[in-house]
Write a protein that binds this ligand. Sequence first.
Ligand code: ZN
Length: 60
Amino acid sequence: MNEYELNSIVEMKKPHACGEKQFKVIRLGADIRIKCEGCGRSVMIPRQDFNKKLKKVIQK
Ligand SMILES: [Zn+2]
């Protein structure tokens, strides 16, 4: 199971625009905000979309 929590490092199926695939979870709610580990920009996505796009949890 892919279990994540606040500050988890996750790998997404699609890389960010900068090429980085790892993101940090910085907000958990109905929407999830993740911060790119490569360029530091953050994106907000609905939890359902996040669960679909999540590849694996790297670090809890
Ligand atoms: Zn990036």
